[in-house]
Ligand binder design. Structure first.
Ligand SMILES: [Cu+2]
Length: 734
């Protein structure tokens, strides 16, 4: 901890925030003179570096850590997943909305605004309860974290090697004949309510939601093998990405380490996350439209998300009927709403699509990474192979480049099929992958999908398993929203990129092709990924850079069905952007600057920001700005500022996520893009929560810091980077 923390504990009590300054003071008092008093306690809640005594109190690396770097090595060996032999037969999982909890008033400890009511430790309260913003009491949901099995496919599979040739599979650890057709074993997930993806909450502005996340990961009623990934202490920390949320409900490790002295909520504990469903500053122009919630446990986010901790949270805006899931009113976006008697509502023709790539164990790849030295999974006895886990999800917590899978799934199913009516649909795209970026097109194919191996591909070219060699773009997307909600106006697109954690919403009209000819029942369209990304470092081929005309991987088969009524329209104007101050360029001199860069140290601190690994108790310091200052990453509540995020180079891309408010990109690579987007980044003229940084790019964003005070984080959303220190703490002060 540094003295910056102490400074936040002084000053008057903010009118809405109640206890925060006092608690900060208590925390610092309890930690005493040594900031490492917390870390010195050891245990899995403390970051690896601190456990090893390798982190100095100000967050800098102690000299001995160079020794750590020297001891590290990478084994970049990944299994080749078994080939899914019959893709596009399992139906796409179209989630129904989660029902509210009806019985919460009878809970042993019901939710509420009082001191001690926010978590099971009894030491926290909600910074702003719903009545303080003039809202009704929250709708209450309950979500248990559960160990459960998950099937990615019902298809038969066949083991293949990295050259695409049939090879042995394993049954209960015993090898079988090469070329055998097998039923894929179930994978073990840690899931919200035990499913992957977890529940979908259909939220609405003006109706706060409170979700009690209850950890039951100590229970294992199916007797499932937990394998060697997922937070070893089975803790979770749920982040509603990117809700306008108080720190105690935000699920970020700067908060959890500083205020609770833990990386996450362990089994038998719970937390009530209050989502006010209220736009920043009460400004309708700040409304968003599609969140997701996912794990954010310090050091283990990638492993927990990959193990299944993903949930969906579309948010509708009933004000004036603008976007309430009813295509007969407001913007008339596609959607037919049905209110249910249990308090939830479903919206037909409005479908979330969560993308997630995985690798399944081939039984012959050695499980080995630096985390073995931590004794995280002693039962696994790594490094060694795990033929008993053949066909189940494989994860390497600490790959050098990030983690990309070779099987592509949508809403938890590999290569699903969706029959659509002949009408318009709204699709909400989410990249829930650890590191993979997608580049999507809608294509038709006369010959249909072929296996990559039958086409002579091998190695990384097997990623995606299937291809449509004769695929041709046949439809366009009408993009209506990005991370930050509805765009000012729709954008017609041939393709779009989807970076980790990003959301893109589109309308697709299934009545006709892009050349104007009508579709007919039985026609097939493939949602196709055309970005080749052999490692987590970056793509090798995409629409923007050296497109590979042969890399066309179908991820979702769409079959045209019957006609259906369609009252929806494609609007010409949607959500206006919040205004930029006319003099925003005057803020440039005093901007905060953060450079994300791979460090030379390797290991747990491979990924640095301003040369520092994540130090959970501290706020970061800006690089020297134009005014010659190096300010702390602290902003006054109610203020606005420019932040610059620089990609320090090295040929990596970084999806950089800033918690709290949405930002507007105003400069990219030194050019003003506040009115017209830079080529290649058409989404820059919108509000976003994640900066897509191409190699060596720099982006300046304008953002606000309203309504709440306390600790937040910003970090790379390549989860392998995030878990290896590419994160910083920042704070809103009263
Ligand atoms: Cu990164």
């Amino acid at each position: 901890m540094n003295t910056g923390d102490l400074e936040t504990s002084s000053g008057p009590e903010p009118e809405n925030s109640s206890e925060l300054p006092r608690r900060l003071f208590l925390r610092i008092g309890a930690a005493g003179a040594g900031g490492l008093a917390i870390a010195g306690a050891g245990g899995l809640a403390t970051p690896y570096l601190a456990q090893r005594g390798l982190l100095s109190p100000d967050g800098a690396l102690a000299a001995t850590s160079t020794a750590l770097g020297d001891t590290l090595f990478y084994t970049e060996a990944f299994p080749t997943s078994p080939l899914i032999l019959e893709p596009f037969r399992d139906e796409l999982n179209v989630p129904k909305a989660l029902a509210p909890a009806q019985d919460f008033t009878t809970w042993d400890k019901p939710p509420g605004p009082g001191q001690g009511q926010q978590n099971s430790f009894g030491n926290e309260r909600h910074q702003i309860w719903s009545n303080q913003i003039g809202s009704v009491d929250p709708i209450v949901y309950k979500i248990d974290l559960l160990v459960r099995p998950h099937a990615f496919t019902t298809s038969q599979v066949m083991a293949i090697d990295k050259n695409g040739r049939p090879t042995v599979s394993f049954d209960a650890g015993k090898p079988g004949a090469a070329g055998a057709k097998r039923t894929l074993p179930l994978s073990t997930i840690y899931g919200f309510n035990g499913t992957f993806p977890g529940p979908m909450i259909n939220a609405e502005y003006g109706k706060p939601a409170l979700v009690r996340f209850n950890n039951r990961l100590d229970e294992n009623p199916w007797g499932l093998d937990r394998q060697d990934f997922g937070s070893p202490d089975c803790s979770f920390l749920t982040h509603l990405h990117n809700g306008h949320t108080a720190p105690e409900s935000d699920g970020n490790p700067h908060y959890s380490m500083k205020l609770l002295n833990r990386g996450g909520y362990e089994p038998t504990t719970w937390v009530d996350n209050l989502y006010l469903n209220w736009p920043a500053g009460g400004d309708d122009r700040e409304k968003q439209s599609f969140f997701w919630f996912h794990d954010h446990r310090m050091d283990q986010t990638g492993s927990n998300v990959y193990k299944g901790m993903v949930g969906l949270y579309p948010i509708y805006d009933p004000k004036g009927g603008m976007d309430m899931g009813d295509e007969r009113q407001g913007l008339r976006l596609p959607g037919v709403r049905k209110d249910r008697s249990d308090g939830a509502f479903d919206v037909a023709y409005d479908i979330p699509l969560a993308f997630y790539d995985c690798r399944l164990d081939d039984g012959v790849t050695v499980h080995q990474d630096v985390h073995d030295q931590l004794g995280e999974f002693p039962a696994a006895q790594n490094p060694r192979t795990h033929p008993e886990w053949w066909g189940k999800t494989f994860f390497k917590h600490f790959p050098n480049h990030g983690f990309v899978g070779d099987i592509f799934t949508v809403n938890g199913t590999a290569y699903p099929v969706l029959e659509v009516k002949r009408r318009k649909y709204r699709f909400r795209f989410l990249d829930a992958s650890v590191a993979r970026i997608y580049d999507f097109k809608l294509m038709s194919s006369t010959q249909g999908p072929k296996t990559a191996t039958s086409l002579g591909f091998s190695g990384d070219d097997l990623d995606g398993q299937w291809r449509i060699p004769d695929g041709q773009q046949c439809m366009k997307f009408t993009q209506i929203a990005s991370d930050g909600g509805l765009l000012p106006a729709p954008v017609t697109r041939d393709n779009f990129e989807l970076w980790p954690a990003k959301r893109r919403e589109v309308i697709v009209d299934f009545t006709k092709y892009q050349d104007g000819s009508p579709t007919t029942k039985g026609d097939v369209i493939y949602l196709t990924n055309v970005m080749k990304m052999p490692t987590g470092r970056m793509w090798s081929n995409s629409s923007r850079f050296s497109p590979d005309p042969n890399y066309k991987v179908p991820v979702l088969k769409i079959v045209i069905g019957d006609d259906a009524p369609d009252d929806s329209q494609i609007p010409t104007a949607m959500r206006p952007l919040p205004p930029l101050p006319a003099n925003w360029q005057n803020l440039m001199a005093n901007r905060l600057i953060f450079e994300v860069k791979r460090g030379s140290m390797g290991g747990e601190v491979e990924w640095l920001i301003n040369g520092q690994p994540f130090s959970p108790g501290s706020v970061a310091t800006s690089l020297k700005n134009g005014a010659g200052k190096t300010p702390l990453a602290q902003q006054k509540r109610g203020s606005f500022n420019l932040w610059e995020i620089r990609n320090g180079g090295g040929g990596w891309v970084h999806p950089f996520h800033l918690h709290m408010e949405e930002h507007r990109t105003v400069m990219r690579n030194g050019k003003d893009v506040s009115r017209a987007a830079a080529p290649g980044h058409p989404d820059d003229v919108s509000r976003e929560d994640l900066v897509a940084l191409d190699p060596s790019e720099s982006v300046v964003v304008y953002r606000g810091f309203r309504d709440f005070v306390g600790p937040y984080v910003a970090h790379c959303h390549n989860l392998a980077h995030e878990d290896h220190a590419m994160m910083f703490g920042w704070e809103i002060t009263p």
